[in-house]
Design a protein. Structure first.
Length: 157
């Protein structure tokens, strides 16, 4: 059980880096074809970009199943960590940022404001080059600073 928990938490933690690298070099690289409609919306509810859910879900499920049925709790933990990050990614990216599901539509939470601003800056680039803010859960300081400045302006209005 301890190996499962440790591997799950470590995997969840490193997934932000893996996500950043994948987003920067794969989605904005050789698989731009699948990611392009996310930056240049077609108006459809589903995007080709949604295939990345499947791409990340497959190794997660494989690790969970193989680890469970072969007595390898650390491998199941890796798969579960990937799945937990996928759930967090879904909640942040699809629900909070893009509001494809209308939950949390009006939030004054500073983290949510910062993450929405960072993602807005990512989407100001409609091509695959010259992007910024490729991560998902960790927000760079400059976006936190922007939110704080906006709050001060609003307060001192």
């Amino acid at each position: 059980m301890l190996l499962f928990l440790i591997s799950m938490l470590v995997t969840f933690s490193i997934m932000e880096g893996i996500t950043w690298l994948t987003h920067r070099f794969v989605m904005h690289g050789f698989l731009w074809y699948l990611h392009e409609d996310h930056h240049q919306p077609t108006g459809h509810f589903f995007e080709k970009n949604d295939w990345f859910f499947i791409i990340f879900a497959l190794p997660s499920m494989a690790c969970i199943f193989y680890g469970t049925f072969n007595g390898m709790p650390w491998l199941s933990g890796i798969g579960t960590g990937i799945a937990m990050y996928g759930f967090a990614y879904f909640m942040v990216h699809e629900v909070i940022i893009h509001q494809r599901i209308k939950w949390f539509t009006k939030s004054n939470n500073r983290y949510i404001k910062a993450i929405r601003w960072a993602h807005k800056m990512h989407h100001k680039h409609i091509g695959k080059e010259e992007g910024e803010s490729f991560g998902m859960l960790i927000v760079a300081k400059k976006y936190w600073d922007k939110v704080r400045r906006d709050e001060l302006i609003q307060k001192n209005g």
